[in-house]
Design a protein around this ligand. Sequence first.
Ligand SMILES: Nc1ncnc2c1ncn2[C@@H]1O[C@H](COP(=O)(O)OP(=O)(O)O)[C@@H](O)[C@H]1O
Ligand SMILES: [Mg+2]
Length: 331
Amino acid sequence: MPLVEVQALSKTFETKEGRLFNRVAKKVTALDGVSFTISKGEILGLLGPNGAGKTTMIKMLCTLVQPSSGDAYVNGFSIMKAPGKVRENLGVMLTGERTLYWKLTGKENLEYFAALYHMNREESAKRIEYLLDLVGLKDRADTYVENYSTGMRIRLSFAKALLHDAPVLLFDEPTLGLDPQSSRLIREMILDLRKKGHAILLTTHYMEEADLLSDRVAIIDHGKIIAMAAPSALKQSVKSSDIIEIEARNLQPEIVERLKTFTDIYDAVALFNDSAAHSGVIKIHAEKGKEVLPGILDALVRRDIGVTKVTFIEPTLEDVFIELTGRGLRD
Ligand SMILES: Nc1ncnc2c1ncn2[C@@H]1O[C@H](COP(=O)(O)OP(=O)(O)O)[C@@H](O)[C@H]1O
Ligand SMILES: [Mg+2]
């Protein structure tokens, strides 16, 4: 049985727009019939641009937002029928730093939330010490959160999500606005938590992050999941051919014409860095690049062209998104 099972969840927000006495009711469909499952030890990455519905998904799962229709189960408990049980079975980290108390120290924050979760004092003291060490805040445990940097606050929020060691973990854009070092620490910790068997839902609009961490990626746009598969399978689906870049010395323009006669090569161009030294890059667009590569290298060697580097250009999850929507992730 999967630890998370989302069944056709939808959410429509009703808002009012316009001036006083002239308000117009407006409906925004944030999520539209979303379904997925997450198993023990699996990371599902929800990848989509701003406004796609990612935060709404997380907030419905942690029972902060009531769905308009559909249901979801967390460790077997319905978010509609057993919200209390759902909260016991998940740890959540929302975006930003709003969920901490700035007038308390880092350690006091964790103690406060441990009490809210009705954790036994002795047990929670041990857990808090372990978590402060894990997120690199042991030395700053007694500093007021108002004096923390953004990175420190996000790491403390991360520790807060792990307090009661829940089987299901939800992370909403966990590295948003973080410095590279804190981002790396958080990503490593997320991978460790997967190894420990947690089921993890991670939202992000960073394609590299989704690619790096997810076992499966669900691409979400305008409240709908438009593709869901392992990152490699998604990338493979947009890959009709290979692009190979070859850096070379003693590069002669004629080689390009020779390469174009190969049956498996669609196109080739030479880009010179430095025409005097004849060094540059040959870009080759080919069917099954790995199979034609030996023939290409042979043709270069015969003309005394020195190869310094060969790179296969792989499609990214951004390319998948563009293929599906005609837009980039950041548009
Ligand atoms: N409380 C709310 N009231 C009205 N509209 C909302 C509310 N929360 C989110 N929305 C709208 O729902 C859509 C999805 O938002 P959100 O889930 O925050 O997307 P994401 O996290 O992917 O950026 C957006 O159009 C947003 O404006
Ligand atoms: Mg969001």
